[in-house]
Structures are given as C-alpha cells and as structure tokens.
Design a protein around this ligand. Structure first.
Ligand SMILES: NCc1[nH]cc(CCC(=O)O)c1CC(=O)O
Length: 305
C-alpha cells in the first residue's frame, strides 16, 4: 500500500505555504505517496493582541500542533524552526530540516529605503526583543513599538500609517511572494537573525520509523547542521525564544562558522561571540560559553524576572 502522511500546520498563509512545500517535496521524493494537510488554529493565533513575550512565547504556536502529533491525529508537524522551542516534548523530535531561505531580517517602509533615513522618534514596529535591541543599538533615536499578527496583518498596519517602518523576516515575505515589499534586507552584521530563521523543520513521533525514513529525502544536511549548532547555543542560554538571543551558523569551506548574540532589550548591552567547528553541539556550546563569560546570564536573568 502507498504510504499516507497527514501534515499538521497552523492555518496562517505562511504556515500553509510551508506545509505545501513539505507536501510537494514528499510527492517529488516518493511518487504515489498520499499527503493530506490538516490546518489548525492555535491559541497563539487567537491571542493576537497581547505582547508575545508576555504570553509564554512562540511555544504557543507549536504546542497544540504537537498535541495533535502525540495523539496521532497527524503524522508530521511542519514548523518555522524559528518558532520551535529548544526542547521537544517527550516522544517527539525534529526529524528533518529543509534547505534554508534567505536568513536575513527585512526592513519594510513606504517612506524610506534605509533605517538611517528615519527621523528621531519615528515608530518602528516589531515585537521581537532581538530585532528591537539590534535596531536600537544602531539607531537609539528610534521608537520601537509592539507589532503582532501574521505577515499580512503587519503589512496592513504599516500601510495604515501606524508605523514608519516594520521589521519582518525576508524568508516569510519571499514565501508569500511579497518580496517586493522589502525596502532593504538588513545585513546580518546589523541584525543577526533568530535561531533557525528561514528554515522549515518537520517534527514526528520518535517511535514513527516509517515516517522518519520517508523524511530522510527532504533533509538538507548543510542547513540541518547549521540549525543544530544555533539551537545548541540557544539551549545552553536558556532556550527561551522570548529572549533577545540571535545566532547564525554558515558553512565556510569544511567548517561551520557560528555567530551568537545576547542583547539587553534597550540595545544598550550587546554581547557577541563567534567560533568555527564541525560538530554542531560542541560549536553551540563554545559560543554559548563565550557569551556567558561576557555576562550573558545577568542579562537573561534580568529579562526573565
Ligand atoms: N514568528 C513568526 C514567524 N515565524 C517564521 C517567520 C518567517 C519565516 C522564517 O523565519 O522561517 C515569521 C514571520 C517573521 O518573523 O517575519
């Protein structure tokens, strides 16, 4: 009998794009396979008005889909790796990470093309402490305000004039064919991306060896190793996606180069570390330890309190 796979996803357009991307890759790798996409509304999608970091973080978007996976209503859950907490619940694991899109953050504005051109006090929308801290460090005269909702909602709030500019992920905009809205892709030296940004990951029940085998063909080994290195760093630093923590691993020849960052939300303190290596877990540890040696724990504790 032809294998059958049920994909669980959030119902947002970006999440559905990702689920369809996985479905299409499964069709291509396993001709004749049957794939069904099951859309779910999560409490993260419903509670759109409260600031994300006060709601238990992005784990909210993932938790209910994981419950559907554990109760065998679906066979795989597709996620933006950026939204996946550092540790998976007992019995679940990330079985495949696909090739990465552009990792950068996008500066989007209808009035200027570069953040340098914004006037003092100009309102920039972002709910990410990571984006906020890095933007404020370079441009302390800006006013960064909360901005929530899916990509289309955020663009609408910009277009309505609630903000002079907003920051989004390049990957999400490109996937939704909204790449022309990008005024400027921010260099990673100015806005180091979130752990896992731009990568799609697929979660399964650990015991499900059949699905695991089918997903092997979808793995992009280079991306997967990089995301593991970033996640290894993040796990040691507390693994909480509400924190202003950034990381980016990239292959340079035979080794990965990992850059990590921990910031205070006001951008006043910005710790950076980097290292190269071939073992993702060890590389993440090295960079995390360098950040801790510079005082990262105090910054993290301050935010968590
Ligand atoms: N938190 C929402 C979210 N999760 C993943 C992406 C973008 C796509 C990606 O990074 O893979 C976005 C939107 C955004 O940050 O603009």
């Amino acid at each position: 009998m032809m294998p059958q796979i049920r994909i669980g996803t959030r119902a947002s357009p970006l999440a559905v794009w990702q689920a369809e991307h996985v479905r299409d890759a499964l069709y291509a790798a396993h001709p004749g396979i049957q794939v069904e996409i099951i859309r779910m509304t999560t409490s993260g999608d419903i509670l759109l008005d409260a600031p994300l970091h006060s709601l238990g973080g992005k784990g909210l978007f993932v938790k209910e889909i994981e419950e559907a996976l554990l109760s065998e209503h679906v066979d795989v859950a597709v996620h933006s790796m950026k939204d996946v907490p550092a540790l998976q619940p007992e019995g679940l694991e990330i079985a495949a990470i696909m090739a990465r899109e552009d990792v950068r953050d996008a500066f989007v504005s209808n009035s200027v093309v570069h953040p340098e051109q914004l006037k003092p006090g100009a309102r920039v929308g972002s709910s990410s402490l990571r984006r906020r801290a890095q933007l404020l460090q370079l441009y302390p005269h800006l006013q960064v305000d909360d901005l929530r909702g899916n990509v289309a909602t955020r663009l609408r709030k910009l277009d309505e004039g609630q903000y002079e500019a907003i920051i989004l992920a390049v990957a999400g905009l490109k996937r939704l064919q909204l790449g022309e809205r990008i005024s400027m892709a921010l260099p990673v030296e100015q806005s180091l991306p979130a752990v896992g940004q731009g990568a799609v990951g697929i979660e399964i029940r650990s015991e499900d060896t059949q699905t695991r085998a089918l997903l092997q063909a979808l793995i992009d080994p280079a991306t997967q190793q990089c995301v593991w290195a970033e996640r290894s760093m993040n796990r040691i630093l507390g693994g909480d996606c509400r924190l202003p923590v950034a990381a980016l691993a990239e292959w340079q020849g035979q080794a990965m180069h990992l850059r990590g960052l921990v910031a205070s939300p006001d951008g006043a303190h910005l710790l950076r570390a980097e290292a190269s290596g071939i073992d993702p877990v060890a590389l993440g540890q090295v960079v995390a330890e360098q950040l801790l040696a510079q005082g990262a724990a105090a910054i993290i504790k301050e935010i968590q309190s």
